[in-house]
Design a protein around this ligand. Structure first.
Ligand SMILES: Cc1cc2nc3c(=O)[nH]c(=O)nc-3n(C[C@H](O)[C@H](O)[C@H](O)COP(=O)(O)O)c2cc1C
Length: 312
């Protein structure tokens, strides 16, 4: 307990950045934060990830963008965004004023475009960059970089060089055939932290129309259906790398978040569940604090089931 108030301390530090608690809004599900004002106390959150931002403005994908499944959500939004220069000019100041740590989700189609975007972000007020090498819904770049260790390492290295002043978290794809190898390549090329998972590549067919639901054929699956899969990947990565892991995928309750924290996550992100339940982060933060009080834990570092330092 903290000496002053007897309350558990929910704060944590990733890459030198202090978060007041371990609950972060996931990229693409929370706009730029202000869209949620009035639906929850946005300043309650530990952090907010922006939508994936590219150097140039993009319109995103055509056709159906969202499709519900019995225990999940499929999306093919693509990377609709105003472009990094316009984000810095129009959105960043407002986001910073909200209070939580601002994490910019950086996307691109070539290594050069990722690096150029990172260069612009390095001199900005954003606290941290989340390098998105895991978007399954774009034709060039995105997940293509996150599937194999060599390309993941190359883009991480280029972004690291272009971003000397900010911590770098790399967001991994669950679709990588050997995720620990990709994770190790990111860490050895300069990642300070890893977040996982982005969405799972999935398919839906419209039976009546006799065609795929999505114009790009496949889309990304998120929500409760993926949670045990994401948790298993995080559990395995904890053994493979020695940097903070941020866990996400299907988190919809305090217990879900606690599962990831027990598995070794330093923090969690909440995504799809925000759509039906925008005030969920507040509930999760309170639930984590209540659990810690009940178990007599004073800090988040008491939570992981495995306390030994992970092997490098
Ligand atoms: C509508 C939608 C848009 C998303 N856009 C992005 C994005 O721009 N960049 C990114 O890294 N992840 C994006 N994601 C993935 C989420 O951030 C998250 O990794 C994934 O949905 C799993 O978490 P969840 O099950 O809690 O939603 C998006 C997800 C959804 C549902």
């Amino acid at each position: 307990m903290t000496p002053n108030d007897g309350e558990p301390d929910l704060s944590l530090v990733i890459g030198g950045v202090r978060f007041r608690n371990p609950v972060i809004a996931a990229s693409g599900t929370f706009g730029y934060g202000r869209e949620y004002q009035g639906l929850l106390t946005v300043s309650d959150l530990g952090g907010i990830c922006t939508k994936g931002l590219t150097l140039e403005a993009r319109d995103g994908n055509r056709g159906t963008r969202l499709h519900e499944t019995p225990a999940g959500l499929m999306n093919s939004v693509g990377l609709e965004n105003p472009g990094i220069p316009a984000f810095l000019e129009r959105e960043l100041a407002g986001m910073l004023a909200l209070g939580p740590v601002v994490i910019v989700n950086l996307a691109g189609s070539t290594i050069e475009s990722y690096a150029e975007g990172a260069r612009l972000l390095d001199s900005s007020g954003a606290a941290m960059v989340e390098l998105n090498i895991s978007c399954p819904n774009v034709k060039a770049g995105g997940m293509a970089f996150g599937l194999d260790p060599q390309s993941a390492g190359a883009v991480t290295r280029a972004v690291r060089r272009a971003l000397p002043h900010k911590p770098l978290m790399v967001k991994l794809s669950p679709n990588a055939p050997d995720l620990p190898a990709v994770a190790r390549a990111c860490v050895s090329n300069g990642a300070d932290a890893l977040s996982l998972v982005n969405t799972f590549k999935a398919l839906a067919l419209d039976v009546e129309a006799r065609r795929p639901v999505f114009e790009n054929l496949t889309a990304g699956l998120s929500g409760p259906a993926v949670r045990p899969l994401a948790l298993r990947l995080l559990w395995e990565l904890w053994d493979a790398v020695a940097v903070p892991l941020v866990g996400l995928g299907g988190i919809g309750s305090p217990e879900d978040a606690l599962e990831f924290l027990l598995a070794g996550a330093a923090a969690v992100q909440v995504g799809s569940a925000l759509f039906p339940r925008p005030a969920l982060p507040t509930e999760i933060i309170r639930g984590i604090a209540a659990y810690m009080r009940r178990k007599g834990f004073s800090s988040l570092t008491d939570l992981p089931l495995r306390q030994q330092p992970p092997a490098v």
